[in-house]
Design a binder for this molecule. Structure first.
Ligand code: NDP
Length: 270
């Protein structure tokens, strides 16, 4: 079974090690490769899925919107979010799914984040839209620097969220960081976590983000980007293979890879 990650850049991605571990776990031969693709490369990979030479794919930045536009049928929730992160062939149709929504939900429950408090989403891109769909039913706020973009996301989803100026803290909310802040060690705007009751930080890199460290030091329940990455991977894998592989298999593979990377950096520095 041949699977792929389509995006650019993808060299840093933990998805190949996670999905290879899951394939080995269920005794299925095959591979999952990261492909650094431009628009034409994405469309060529979509053709490979249609012809069956690829069994499915994940899509990452910057191609989730293009995958949404180019698949034959986005499922309803992908249609609401206008972003596709998983492609699978069903009865000859290239179906677009969005398992980032599942990733938010599983990270949320694993971390014991509040189900009653307001949700404060930072950012107004595809990840923010997935967060809004994943947490609907609660009071929602979107904190963004582009207020028009934020309103457009809310309107398209049909959420009842309020738009808030970037950097303004919302009291007693669970903060979801759906921006890239933190991936290169950047902090969230000052004060955003001051009266928060939890954090889900979608950003992840090879080191813990400042927001996750800050929230943990405040004693808040925290889910990090790896929790979410594992959650979305479990569901994508099940869509391709029909197999339910527990999250621990994916997580162990990702953590082993992160450890390997940190050891190789230490050796380089020595
Ligand atoms: P998009 O580029 O579609 O949206 C990013 C959003 O973040 C935009 O609203 C952008 O603002 C905002 N933003 C970016 N930088 C800043 C900044 N310095 N200050 C304020 N706002 C900022 O990306 P996605 O929504 O697809 O992804 C967002 C993040 O979530 C990425 O880092 C991605 O890696 C992560 N992610 C993690 C996943 C996981 O499994 N852990 C899954 C999916 C995403 P503006 O609109 O003004 O440009």
């Amino acid at each position: 079974m041949r699977l792929a990650l389509l995006g650019s850049p993808v060299a840093h991605s933990l998805s190949p090690v996670m999905h290879r571990a899951a394939l080995a776990h269920i005794g299925r031969s095959g591979d999952y490769q990261a492909r650094d693709v431009d628009k034409a490369g994405l469309l060529a990979s979509l053709r490979e899925i249609r012809t069956g030479s690829l069994a499915g794919a994940n899509v990452t930045m910057p191609h989730k919107a293009l995958a949404f536009e180019s698949c034959d049928r986005p499922v309803d929730r992908a249609l609401r979010v206008r972003a596709v992160n998983t492609l699978v062939l069903r009865n000859g149709e290239l179906v677009g799914e969005n398992t980032d929504i599942d990733g938010v939900q599983s990270a949320w429950s694993a971390a014991g984040l509040s189900l009653d408090q307001p949700v404060v989403v930072l950012g107004a891109g595809g990840a923010a839209a997935a967060a809004l769909v994943a947490t609907e039913g609660r009071p929602q706020y979107v904190v963004a620097r582009n207020l028009e973009r934020a309103q457009s996301v809310i309107d398209h989803i049909g959420a009842e969220a309020s738009v808030v100026e970037w950097g303004t803290p919302v009291p007693l909310g669970v903060v979801i960081n759906a921006t890239s802040l933190g991936m290169k060690g950047e902090s969230l705007p000052a004060g955003v976590l001051d009266s928060a009751v939890g954090l889900l930080d979608m950003a992840y890199g090879d080191a813990v983000t400042p927001a996750v460290t800050d929230a943990a030091m405040r004693g808040l329940p925290v889910a990090d980007g790896l929790d979410m990455l594992v959650g979305q991977a479990v569901v994508s894998f099940s869509l391709w293979t029909g197999a339910e592989v527990e999250a621990a298999v994916f997580r162990r593979a990702a953590e082993d890879e992160l450890l390997k990377r940190s050891q190789s950096w230490t050796r380089v520095e020595e």
